[in-house]
Design a protein around this ligand. Structure first.
Ligand code: PLP
Ligand code: COI
Length: 363
């Protein structure tokens, strides 16, 4: 035990990757496959509350086969990034917003809430311990994955009472193998992602498990990602499996689906709305139908569409395909409004521009 960050005791990994090993791993990390030397962990029990907060060597987890989560998916997670600044320092982007969303996810799954401050401290402490893993290549960053699950070892389908909270970090480059090219979407008419009253507005592993079959169908159809429609009318465009969506019109205005409880309230979405309005653009949070999307793309009323999220940042949508749709947006390539918003966002995140909204949490 050498150091503390708030509640988190640091126990250094005696087998850290060497400088050269680390440099090799950071150089071509892909997404979500390369992990840093440490992880944060903390436990919850009803009698002790949150305790045993530490940053320690990244190790495996030992679990009873009846661990409730393996049977009933009592699991939530978050995703945020640490960025390398021009002066060599590092920063997080809106970790308080992730902390609040983690709380609402916990509440929806009847899990113990994690105080906002402990969430932020855990992320800060892990990134400080593994700061050498933050890439400095253009566009690369350290993706941080806080998650929590019930550890009670019984098969009773009731809320868990004990939890393990854990944070992993991994260096990442571009989320899409295609880099900055526009992506192609598959319109899922067989599957929906979330229904009213369900868990669509929170970040639980179960939402992603249920979307994988649609994503696989999209891949078979030659598309990069799936776009989901609402579960009731099968008409309104909701979001992608891991990204929110924006539409850009000929008159320069933007539109994005409203937060009606079936889509994830993305922090990138929220940040882009603020940035776009700051540029004087009109942004509507209103429903948009798949048929309108096709008609508007064909008539030229719709000039761009893009997806956004922590992992994917801002990615233009070039083409949309489905059993009843096939259309190209603009010239099928990346669009200028997406590019401008992406620059505005990443210039703040990487410390190349001022941070007027106080979004950065420098480490
Ligand atoms: N929608 C879904 C389903 C997601 O998984 C994500 C990624 O976290 C997003 C949207 C974008 O959210 P954020 O911008 O907070 O990363
Ligand atoms: C994110 O952008 O943080 C996501 O969670 C998307 C995906 C990797 C699940």
């Amino acid at each position: 035990k050498q150091d503390t960050e708030g509640a988190f005791l640091l126990e250094r990994n005696p087998d850290c990757a060497s400088h050269d090993e680390r440099a090799g791993l950071i150089a071509a990390p892909g997404f979500g496959r390369v992990f840093t030397d440490h992880m944060a962990t903390m436990r919850y029990t009803p009698d002790r509350g949150w305790h045993d907060a530490k940053i320690g060597p990244r190790t495996g987890l030992d679990m009873h086969p009846a661990t409730k989560t393996l049977h009933y998916a009592i699991e939530i997670f978050e995703g945020l990034k640490a960025y390398r600044l021009p002066d060599g320092g590092a920063t997080l982007f809106r970790p308080d917003a992730n902390a609040r969303r983690f709380q609402s996810s916990a509440e929806r799954l009847a899990m113990a809430p994690l105080p906002e401050q402990l969430f932020v401290e855990s992320v800060r402490a892990l990134v400080r311990a593994d700061r050498d893993w933050i890439p400095s290549a253009e566009g690369a960053s350290l993706y941080i994955r806080p998650f929590m699950f019930g550890v009670d070892a019984d098969l009773v389908p009731d809320p868990a009472s004990e939890y393990l909270y854990c944070v992993l970090a991994n260096p990442v480059a571009s989320y899409f193998k295609s880099g900055d090219k526009a992506v192609t979407l598959w319109v899922s008419d067989t599957y929906t992602r979330a229904a009213p009253g369900g868990t669509g507005a929170v970040k639980c592993g179960g939402n992603y498990a249920a979307a994988l079959v649609a994503q696989a169908e999209g891949k078979r159809q030659g598309c990069d990602q799936v776009v989901f429609l609402d579960a009731v009318e099968r008409r309104w465009v909701e979001e992608l499996g891991g990204m929110n969506v924006f539409f850009v019109f000929e008159d320069g205005s933007l539109q994005t689906p409203p937060l009606t409880g079936t889509i994830l309230p993305g922090i990138t979405r929220d940040s882009l709305i603020t940035l776009a309005r700051g540029m004087g653009l009109t942004v509507r949070e209103e429903r948009y139908g798949i048929d309108e999307w096709q008609a508007d793309a064909r008539s030229g009323r719709l000039v761009e569409a893009f997806a956004c999220g922590t992992a994917a940042v801002v990615t233009s949508i070039g083409e949309v395909k489905g059993r009843e749709q096939a259309f190209t947006i603009g010239d099928g390539g990346p669009g200028p409004v997406a590019a401008r918003l992406k620059s505005a966002l990443t210039d703040i995140q990487f410390g190349r521009a001022p941070d007027p909204h106080g979004w950065l949490d420098r480490l």
